[in-house]
Design a protein around this ligand. Structure first.
Ligand code: F6P
Length: 531
């Protein structure tokens, strides 16, 4: 008997009543006025991450009802089933065991296999890092989606730990404008290509790998076996391509959860074996927290519950992620795949249409850049978008004044979202840049802010490999939590198939011009593209 879906529970009906009674009208400013302990009550300490959840539109009563929902939906049992290695990815009949990739030897399923491979690819990473003997200066990762976004996000995030003598390039797009400028700057004798693809069939990666191989040979490159390595679950296909040094992983590692496997090879080369193990240790610490902390003090669970509260009761359709750390500039893109490919589903795991909305749109840019772009909308637009700030206490650079400015900006934005500015207050202020003829009351309305806009603050002491590991694992488990409550399979991605299949049909038509049987828009565009 499967655990019920969120909307089939008594807690859901209670949450509906609670939302109608007090949730919809909840005002954060009143809550802060009435609860001097609100920050302490709604902040949580998890491994490497401190979270302030107090600026969210929820009360103790909301939280209690959400916890009751988690219990009724069997969240803890579902989590434990995943961690035990049960085939929770039901549509593909697979276990979901990215947590086993960062568990110490002997403590999780497939431990020996995992650790033997880890030792192997980390030893290889160390060989490459020994640039005096390897001769490499440039590492090119050819992969897409989960075989690209993880290392692409983590290498700049951990820049302070990266090998100073190596340059890293990430080519993912089938658009030749991605690979061309990279190849133009490379010396084939000093370049290592990593072809990363779980399936080794992905169109973009295979096409780019062929372009890279042809370029390498055309440049007089020799010893393909030394300059191309593969990371895949499909060792046969890699061998067929001509790659003989391969690092494997397994079908129970989803692409978007694969940073911890050999897919992290480019990162391991960048930061070295010791720091890669620190990344894994940080993720493992978060795994233990997720597995062991009571749900009320369990940070990924709390974040997942808030996600459900916002999406299904407040109706907020998106969430903005604002990392106040330039190194985390690719984090929003990474999270887009992690969250939206996992929970962007319309049916539950039994194939029944969902009765309630699922995954919101996740988007963002690093602060402070976003402040000069879309924060206008976050502060005064007609939609409420919860914002997730990520701040780091200690920088890895020496410009203390810049870091203070960065942190002050981060705090100021969350404060401005919370408190806003009333029209009465705006009336008392002067606005030197306003048109002199403008009516004062009209101007004040333009210059007022609604406030009561929710935000979460995630705080790290330092963006170390260990902290990054914990942060990413936190997001993985949060996605699991909301997905489990929505009753969906967060581990398949059938929604990417249709476009791929249609592309295969259209590719020859682009060459021949055959537009027969196509709708008039597709046919018209195809003709224009060929003209
Ligand atoms: O098309 C989506 C997807 O299957 C992702 O889930 C995956 O991370 C990406 O493509 C790349 O797949 P592969 O690693 O097999 O090349």
């Amino acid at each position: 008997m499967p655990a019920p879906r969120c909307d089939e529970t008594a807690a859901w009906a209670a949450l509906r009543r609670h939302f109608d009674d007090s949730g919809r009208s909840f005002d954060l400013r009143q809550a802060f006025g009435a609860e001097p302990q609100r920050f302490e009550r709604f902040s949580l300490e998890a491994p490497e991450v401190f979270a302030d959840l107090s600026k969210n539109r929820w009360s103790e009563a909301t939280r209690a009802l959400l916890l009751a929902l988690a219990q009724e939906c069997g969240l803890a049992e579902r989590r434990d089933a995943m961690l035990r290695g049960e085939p929770v990815n039901t549509t593909e009949g697979r276990a979901v065991l990215h947590t086993a990739l960062r568990a110490p030897r002997g403590t999780a399923p497939f431990s020996d296999t995992v650790h033997d491979m880890l030792d192997r690819f980390l030893a290889y990473a160390e060989q490459v890092r020994d640039t005096a003997s390897s001769g490499f200066t440039d590492i090119v990762n050819l992969g897409i989606g989960g075989s690209d976004l993880g290392p692409q996000m983590a290498v700049p995030a951990l820049d302070a730990w990266c090998h100073p003598g190596l340059r890293f390039h990430f080519v993912s797009n089938v658009d030749g404008h991605d690979i061309s400028p990279v190849l133009r700057r490379l010396d084939p004798t000093r370049t290592l290509f990593i072809v990363a693809s779980k399936t080794f069939t992905t169109q973009e990666t295979m096409a780019n790998a062929q372009v890279a191989r042809a370029w390498f040979l055309a440049q007089g490159g020799t010893d393909l076996g030394r300059h191309f390595v593969g990371v895949t679950t499909n060792l046969e296909a890699a061998a067929e391509f001509g790659i003989h040094r391969t690092f494997g992983f397994w079908d129970w590692v989803g692409g978007r959860f694969s940073l911890w496997s050999a897919v992290g090879l480019a990162l391991a080369i960048a930061i070295g074996a010791e720091q890669f193990r620190a990344l894994l240790a940080g993720a493992h610490a978060m795994d233990r927290h997720f597995a062991e902390a009571p749900l009320a003090q369990n940070l990924p669970v709390q974040l997942g519950l808030l996600d459900v509260w916002y999406r299904n009761f407040h109706g907020f359709a998106s969430r903005s992620v604002a990392p106040y750390h330039q190194g985390l500039r690719r984090l929003p893109a990474y999270l887009q795949q992690l969250e939206m490919e996992s929970n962007g589903k319309g049916v539950d795991s039994q194939g029944r249409p969902l009765a309630e909305a699922s995954c919101p749109v996740v988007w963002g840019e690093p602060g402070t850049n976003g402040q000069h772009a879309f924060f206008q909308m976050l502060h005064q637009g007609t939609d409420v978008v919860p914002v997730e700030f990520i701040a780091v206490k200690r920088p890895t650079h020496d410009h203390a004044a810049l870091h203070s400015m960065l942190l002050a900006n981060c705090l100021a934005q969350s404060q401005a979202l919370l408190w806003g500015k009333s029209t009465a207050q705006a009336l008392t202020e002067s606005a030197p840049t306003a048109a002199p003829s403008l009516d004062r009351a009209v101007l004040a309305r333009h210059r007022s802010f609604p406030g009561n806009r929710p935000s979460t603050m995630l705080l790290l002491d330092e963006l170390t490999p260990r902290a990054l590991g914990a942060l990413i694992a936190l997001y993985e488990h949060r996605v699991f939590t909301s997905g489990a409550l929505w009753g969906i399979n967060s581990f398949d991605q059938w929604g990417v198939e249709l476009g791929k299949a249609l592309c295969h049909q259209l590719l020859p038509r682009l060459q021949t011009g055959d537009a027969s049987g196509l709708d008039s828009s597709t046919a018209g565009l195809l003709n224009r593209l060929r003209a």
